[in-house]
Design a protein around this ligand. Structure first.
Ligand code: ZN
Length: 243
């Protein structure tokens, strides 16, 4: 990264929208580079903070509310607690089923979505702050969580298919299981890149043993995707060799 690259990030720095690792790197560069330090000081003096949109950086228990909102008004719901996440707020690599979708906060989000005329998949990220839950974002698609809902028998995928086919009678009979999901290669790739994945819960005493216990729930370590698992693992290992 050149000094110009760092200076391009000053706006995000001021808005506090840089991921934590990028912010630390920028701080480190500015501390070591008099040019950038002078530039940042001048930038901070010249900008009106009222012109910026500030976001608070939250830490706390992290959850995804997972909903399928049917076109006929029904809703099929599930939730997961996020345990381990790639650095910089990237992908969740370990999560387990939760009960948050049974709490009033889940209903309040569904009500808002209904008022907006929304139907379809809704993955809502919330962070717990004391007794309240703070809305982070909504994604109209699932990735790892889709596997979790299938393994847990949450009926979300079944609801999606039935609603899209116009065959609501095939809808879900949810049986709540407790299967977690793990994306081992996502975790390894992050580690090999020298990044520090983030625990959203107190880290287990023996992280390796803890992760191995979840290996049977890896997203790709299944009979029909074994090739993908191997392919990903090989590319993770190759990347290491080059770096
Ligand atoms: Zn510089």
């Amino acid at each position: 990264m050149t000094c110009a690259d760092w200076q391009d990030k000053f706006t995000e720095y001021l808005e506090n929208t840089l991921p934590a690792d990028a912010r630390q790197q920028l701080d480190a560069h500015v501390a070591a580079c008099p040019d950038c330090a002078a530039d940042l000081a001048a930038f901070l003096r010249s900008e009106q903070t009222a012109d910026f949109y500030f976001e608070e950086y939250l830490t706390g228990e992290s959850y995804y509310l997972l909903h399928y909102l049917w076109q006929d008004g029904r809703v099929t719901s599930f939730s997961q607690q996020n345990l381990l996440q790639q650095a910089g707020g990237k992908s969740i690599v370990l999560a387990r089923p939760a009960q948050l979708h049974r709490q009033p906060v889940a209903e309040s989000y569904v009500r808002v979505l209904r008022q907006l005329g929304f139907w379809g998949l809704a993955m809502i990220e919330v962070i717990r702050r004391g007794d309240e839950f703070v809305f982070i974002e909504l994604n109209p698609r699932f990735w790892g969580p889709l596997q979790l809902t299938v393994d847990a028998g949450a009926g979300i995928l079944e609801a999606f298919v039935a609603d899209q086919l116009g065959r609501p009678e095939f809808g879900s009979q949810a049986r709540a299981g407790d299967a977690p999901y793990l994306w081992l290669n996502g975790l390894l790739a992050n580690r090999r890149a020298g990044k520090q994945p983030r625990w959203h819960v107190p880290p287990p005493a023996h992280p390796k043993r803890f992760l191995l216990r979840h290996l049977t729930h890896d997203i790709y370590l299944r009979r029909d995707t074994l090739g993908l698992f191997a392919h990903e693992l090989v590319s993770v290992l190759r990347t290491t060799g080059q770096s």
